[in-house]
Design a protein around this ligand. Structure first.
Ligand code: ADQ
Length: 471
């Protein structure tokens, strides 16, 4: 049995004094520990000299970490440029925000090649490689080009649009062909799977076989790429425990005291245009306009951790939110009531868990989202005796399985206001039954289970491939 090699752009290196990492890092570390594994990726450091591929190695709690530094210009083109300013809007259906630049496309390819060159010497013949997310789509093909024959799986954490959208990317076919280097390509939901299959059919003229795999013959070698949906989860028990403790912690106690008898609506995310923050603020404004019985009876807390400040569209979003929050408070606030509390920074994980538990409504309304872990964390954090209500965008991957949520179209502020009113006035019995059906799903579909299922399927695929290779 070989090792498991996890590859992601950023490696969750253990650092002393850092807050507990989120669900994904914990889940991956657990599978790495039980498989005796290695986590490979970018170190977080850039250099002025060309990328050397020199490995920095570290062993911590049974896991090996290997990282490389990247040349500053390459990194800008690859990450801030191609990954975040081209692929991120493309995969989230936001073609108007896509700023194509051929040099960035070259940097993306170059960095993926540098990753492949640095990783190859670390691989044993029986290792299984699991590559994560849109920054590293060509890595499997680059590894194959260097001769790698190991089982390689890829998981896309963000949505997969259909070809009508995807084809806007110059070189879209090349990126689709890159996916064929993998033995398994996983996406979050059935909707994303539909998008990917549509891209293979309309973009490359390739249709899946009856088991959901694409068969190709590349340079005389027969290969098969299995396509499937694997919804990521969270550490449900762990998060529920954190929330139960945090509710009596100093931050939750202070927050509670500042609220009085008012109800609380909570939202939390990275400050990102895919998360629909302006639309959400407008929805809250519509609640106060259209349902005046809630005036002075409810507070909306929005924590939005700043991210990707180097990209202009993120700076524009920040300005828009500052204005909107000011407008809502100016229009509706009283000298002793601030309707909306807007905090543009990250909050410690346990503090956030306490706020979720205290909140009567979790408001999670992205315009598009691969999954959305906040929706799952909000539900896991609830008090079973008095659970809050999840108001969720139907465009979040999480909506596919979270049947107890009140679904909204985030583009419709009046509809959002109606669902908020419904959530704020929902009887206890209905809250409990909606919550327990979602919680049951979360207890089954944890982050750990997601990783185990993906890897089990990857192992099956590679085994099934051998006879056809021999034939
Ligand atoms: P993200 O876009 O980052 O992830 P999400 O799944 O919601 O989105 O995860 C965000 C994480 O950050 C959550 O664990 C949340 O608690 C935490 N967080 C959010 N706001 C915070 C704040 N202000 N302070 C501190 N912590 C905060 C991408 C995809 C998602 C997919 C995940 C995992 O875009 O669709 O669900 O990967 O696959």
């Amino acid at each position: 049995m070989g090792r498991l090699i996890v590859v992601s752009n950023r490696v969750a290196l253990p650092r002393r004094g850092e807050p507990t990492a989120g669900g994904l890092a914990v889940a991956l570390k657990d599978v790495l520990k039980s498989n005796g594994g290695l986590w490979f990726g970018w170190s977080g450091e850039t250099t002025k000299t060309p990328t050397s591929g020199e490995i920095k190695a570290l062993r911590y709690q049974g896991i090996d970490y290997a990282t490389i530094d990247l040349n500053e210009t390459d990194y800008k083109g690859f990450y801030a440029g191609y990954s975040n300013n081209i692929l991120w809007p493309l995969f989230h259906f936001r073609l108007g925000l896509l700023e194509y630049d051929r040099r960035q496309s070259e940097a993306y390819r170059r960095v993926n090649r540098d990753f492949a060159k640095a990783l190859l010497p670390l691989l044993g013949p029986d290792d299984v490689i699991w590559i994560h997310d849109y920054q590293l789509i060509p890595l499997g093909a680059e590894l194959r080009a260097l001769g790698a024959r190991q089982k390689i799986g890829f998981f896309l954490h963000i949505p997969f649009p259909p070809w009508a959208v995807f084809s806007a990317l110059p070189g879209a076919e090349v990126l689709m062909r890159d996916l064929l280097a993998y033995d398994l390509v996983g996406v979050q939901t059935h909707r994303d799977l539909g998008g990917m299959v549509n891209c293979f059919q309309d973009g490359l003229g390739l249709s899946p076989d009856e088991d959901g795999g694409i068969r190709t013959s590349i340079a005389g070698t027969e290969r098969r790429t299995q396509l499937s949906a694997h919804a990521i989860g969270i550490d449900t028990r762990g998060f529920a425990n954190t929330a139960r403790k945090a509710i009596n912690g100093p931050d939750a106690v202070r927050m509670k005291a500042s609220m009085g008898e008012r109800k609380l609506i909570v939202g939390a995310e990275r400050l990102d245009y895919t998360k629909g923050l302006p639309h959400r603020m407008r929805g809250f404004g519509a609640l106060l306009d259209n349902f005046p019985q809630h005036l002075n009876q409810v507070t909306y807390l929005q924590v939005a951790a700043r991210s990707r400040n180097e990209v202009a569209s993120y700076r524009d979003l920040r300005r828009e939110l500052d204005q909107l929050a000011g407008r809502i408070n100016g229009d509706h606030g009283l000298f002793d009531w601030t309707p909306m509390r807007y905090v543009a920074r990250a909050v410690a994980r346990d503090t956030l868990a306490g706020f979720y538990r205290m909140a009567d409504v979790g408001l999670v309304t992205p315009l598009r989202d691969g999954m959305n872990l906040v929706a799952k964390e909000y539900v896991a954090a609830q008090d079973p005796e008095n659970p809050g209500v999840l108001v969720l965008s139907s465009f979040a991957g999480a909506a596919e399985a979270m049947d107890g949520a009140l679904l909204v179209n985030p583009l419709d502020p009046e509809a959002m206001a109606e669902q908020l009113d419904r959530a704020l006035t929902m009887p206890l019995a209905e809250r409990k039954s909606r919550w327990s059906s979602m919680m049951q799903g979360l207890e089954e579909q944890t982050a750990e289970r997601w990783a185990e299922d993906f890897l089990a399927e990857l192992n099956e695929q590679a085994a099934a491939r051998e006879p056809s290779l021999a034939a």
